[in-house]
Design a protein around this ligand. Structure first.
Ligand code: TA6
Length: 304
């Protein structure tokens, strides 16, 4: 296992991007360019911070997050794969799959225009085969600049067809979740996970008045998190994503999460590019699937 110093010597770009020691000794890539600053842990290949120039932090990160092997970092953009939420046929399996709680291999850091591209990969192993009997390689490409461009590339490296769910579980940092509106889902059918996954239809913008956990189906629409407190809109353009999940734990959900402060529920909303449930992806041997999300911020987040 390469040390952080070895990784920085091999991949670091002085003054632009370096591999450093993050929370709890975990390796992290820190990007600092004129266009943006960003932090990405090798643990889970998880983006935990993105600040385009002249903009406040765009992603939420819990002050109580654990940075431990086998645990997911609470915040940023967790990668859910190869299943979403609990595994239906294996209640003891880890929620949201096996890749957000492991260290990914850093495979590259390169400059590209105003941004920096950081690439990671992970693949099936005995730990994944315990729950998911397929062979895969997952590659993750993060381009941090004035936009945050994410691509999750899954290749079926086995000899049988594989079916998987995936999500880029983005925690958008907001001033007050009770005042936020999410646009782009008006008229879309969704399953309400707070009401027995009953099928409903979204009327107008999504607002938050209680614990919210909706899976919007058959939608490729751009999402927009409208935040009147930070006076900004965070947009997500999806690529090859047929579902969108919107979540806020509210007061009672926050209390049930040991790695989230009781009052932190107000500071984020999750709106997630995904392919879940009946829109899970099916790959034949040798096939590849790329799901993407491009985040951008409009308006000034600089408080008066
Ligand atoms: O994205 C919504 C969701 O699936 C919710 O059901 C809730 O479980 C959330 O993810 C957080 O999951 P986690 O395993 O990170 O606590």
């Amino acid at each position: 296992m390469a040390t952080i110093t070895d990784l920085n010597e091999r991949f670091g770009i002085p003054g632009i991007a370096e591999v450093v020691t993050g929370e709890n000794g975990l390796a992290m890539v820190r990007v600092t360019t004129q266009a943006a600053a960003a932090e990405i842990y090798l643990h889970g290949a998880q983006v935990t911070s993105w600040k385009p120039a002249a903009t406040e932090e765009v992603l939420f990160l819990s002050a109580k997050s654990r940075f431990e092997d086998g645990k997911a970092i609470r915040g940023g953009i967790p990668i859910c794969f190869p299943w979403f939420r609990g595994k239906i046929d294996a209640p003891k399996a880890p929620a949201h799959g096996v890749v957000r709680t492991r260290e990914w291999t850093l495979t590259g850091i390169t400059r590209e225009g105003d941004g920096v591209v950081v690439t990671f990969e992970t693949e099936s192993d005995d730990a994944s085969r315990k729950w998911y009997p397929h062979e895969f390689r997952a590659e993750y490409r993060v381009r941090a600049g004035m936009e945050l461009n994410l691509s999750l590339i899954v290749t079926n490296t086995g000899s049988d067809t594989m079916r998987f769910e995936e999500a880029l579980h983005t925690y958008h940092r907001v001033g007050d979740a009770e005042q936020v509106r999410v646009k782009g889902l008006d008229g879309t059918v969704y399953l309400d996970n707070m009401d027995g996954n009953r099928e409903k239809r979204q009327s107008a913008e999504v607002i938050f008045t209680a614990q919210t956990d909706n899976a919007y189906l058959d939608t490729t629409e751009m999402l927009e998190v409208v935040d009147p407190v930070l006076r900004r809109r965070i947009r997500t353009e999806k690529r090859n994503s047929r579902t969108t999940v919107v979540w806020n734990p509210w007061k009672e959900g926050a209390k049930a999460l040991a790695d989230l402060g009781d009052d932190e529920w107000r500071e984020f909303v999750c709106a997630e590019a995904s392919n879940i449930m009946e829109y899970a992806v099916e790959l034949a041997p040798g096939e590849e699937h790329v799901m993407g999300a491009v985040l951008s911020v409009q308006g000034s987040a600089i408080r008066d």
